[in-house]
Design a protein around this ligand. Structure first.
Ligand code: SF4
Ligand code: SF4
Length: 462
């Protein structure tokens, strides 16, 4: 099956229950941001800029768990900031799993290997030795790490353990050269690949999430998915980046750039995503076929941002993950008080000018599952997709030259021309953004100091 059966059944049951009860609005996915601190400073990231005054604030664990109970979404996407920095991340993940939720940990990958070493230490037994040897052989952990793991210091302590209900959801916006450019740091792509490989060996489920921008080369994204298929990665979220307020402000004020140079209009999104339906045959793309038709420009959908609510340090963020017109004390207060009919695009007309170019998954993917703008055959399409066979592994993907950046001498500062060449031999400028200060596993150096302006910017879903 394309997706694990128990997870698909859980989501289907949730939707059917609310359809029978005729609940007008309900949550499918909670975007939970326990903190906004991050160990990277990606170009254009709206989160670390919109909430720059509360970067040190964290949500109490109890509030996080209560938020999930309050909206009762079957899926929780734990994001941020970098959620693995959250001091009680292990307790949060196991608390959400105890509530029988499907959990996605949306991470930039930099601390994943540490968290997995903690897990290995917590369950260490002699029978684990072959796994440890494999990890050493593939240089995913060191002999010193093995010594520490064998000491079992994490026994009895909370850790993030593999579960069929949990996915690592790793942020990847391209192959090495591109990804390291958009996160403004060399070595990040490599660290993500190592962490994903380690996770698969141990038995975690791993997904990726990708944002597409005006400069994104879709042929490169296709290659990236082929490479990830060979790694047997379990699924992919892919969404268009558009010029939402916080990112637009960052682009204009910090970088002095015109956002129109970087973000997608509706028309551009449809061009970029013209082949998304072919891709969903080859790769395990998360999201309904109806949403894919919408992205490809084959139909309209109405925004259902209330189905993917965001809860963060300031409260329930309305109207959506990207745009902020206020924060509310509870999910139901937000549902009641927000004038939802003021948002979205209907029949090509934006009800709010800020929604004009938005086709993001957090506004429109649930629309596909919830049957807004229903067309005959939609339910069947969704069912065939969700219960259909998983696309075959593309073994040839292992031959893709994924490490086309700092690893092969084409880094942004360390490569030929002091960072002015990309992996294709073309010239490129670079951002003046700064590196994060948190410790990370990467050996890559900060790629940002003293270079020129960016030619490719990134705005995350976070
Ligand atoms: S995009 Fe994600 S990883 Fe990058 S700075 Fe923002 S929160 Fe951190
Ligand atoms: S269309 Fe919906 S998801 Fe997109 S910005 Fe508007 S309210 Fe938010």
């Amino acid at each position: 099956m394309r997706f694990p059966l128990p997870l698909t059944v859980k989501i289907a049951k949730h939707i059917i229950k609310h359809k029978i009860k005729r609940t007008p609005k309900f949550a499918l996915v909670l975007q939970l941001e326990p903190l906004h601190t991050c160990n990277l400073t990606c170009t254009g990231c709206g989160r670390i800029r919109e909430y720059s005054t509360s970067l040190k604030d964290v949500m109490p664990l109890e509030d996080c768990l209560n938020s999930a109970n309050e909206c009762d979404a079957p899926m929780v996407s734990v994001c941020g900031g970098e959620p693995l920095i959250y001091p009680e991340i292990e307790a949060l993940i196991s608390g959400l799993l105890d509530q029988s939720r499907i959990v996605y940990i949306c991470t930039n990958g930099m601390i994943m290997r540490k968290k997995m070493r903690d897990y290995l230490s917590s369950v260490y037994a002699v029978s684990q030795e072959p796994v440890l040897q494999k990890l050493v052989d593939e240089e995913l952990i060191t002999d010193k790490d093995v010594e520490q793991i064998r000491k079992g210091k994490m026994k009895g302590k909370p850790v993030i353990y593999p579960s069929k209900w949990m996915y690592w959801n790793v942020h990847l916006d391209g192959l090495e050269y591109t990804h390291d450019l958009v996160v403004e740091r060399e070595g990040v792509f490599k660290e993500c690949v190592l962490a994903m490989r380690m996770a698969k060996i141990i038995g975690y489920q791993v997904a990726t999430n990708t944002t597409v921008f005006k400069e994104t080369d879709m042929a490169e994204i296709e290659q990236m998915f082929e490479y990830l298929s060979a790694m047997e990665i379990d699924g992919h979220t892919i969404s268009p980046g558009y010029d939402y307020d916080a990112a637009k402000k960052d682009m204009a004020s910090r970088l002095g750039k015109d956002p129109e140079e970087f973000f997608l209009t509706r028309e551009m999104t449809r061009e970029k995503f013209a082949r998304i339906q072919d891709w969903s045959e080859r790769f395990t793309i998360f999201g309904t076929p109806v949403y894919q038709e919408f992205l490809a420009g084959k139909r309209e959908l109405t925004c259902t941002a209330w189905a993917i609510p965001t809860r963060n340090v300031a409260g329930w963020k309305a109207p959506c993950y990207l745009m902020t017109d206020g924060h509310f004390g509870s999910y139901h207060e937000m549902l009641d008080k927000v004038e939802w009919e003021k948002y979205g695009v209907v029949d090509g007309v934006a009800r709010d000018p800020r929604c004009e170019n938005c086709m993001v998954h957090c506004g429109y993917d649930p629309s596909g599952a919830l049957g807004t703008n229903y067309q005959s055959g939609d339910n069947w399409k969704n069912m065939v997709y969700n219960f259909g066979p998983r696309p075959k592994t593309i073994k040839a993907g292992a031959d893709i030259a994924a490490f086309n950046g700092v690893t092969n001498g084409h880094g942004h500062l360390t490569g030929p021309g002091n960072g002015h060449h990309n992996g294709n031999g073309q010239t490129n400028g670079h951002s003046k953004g700064s590196c994060g200060s948190e410790a990370s596993e990467s050996n890559g150096s900060c790629a940002t100091n003293g270079a020129e302006e960016p030619t490719l910017v990134q705005i995350s879903k976070r």
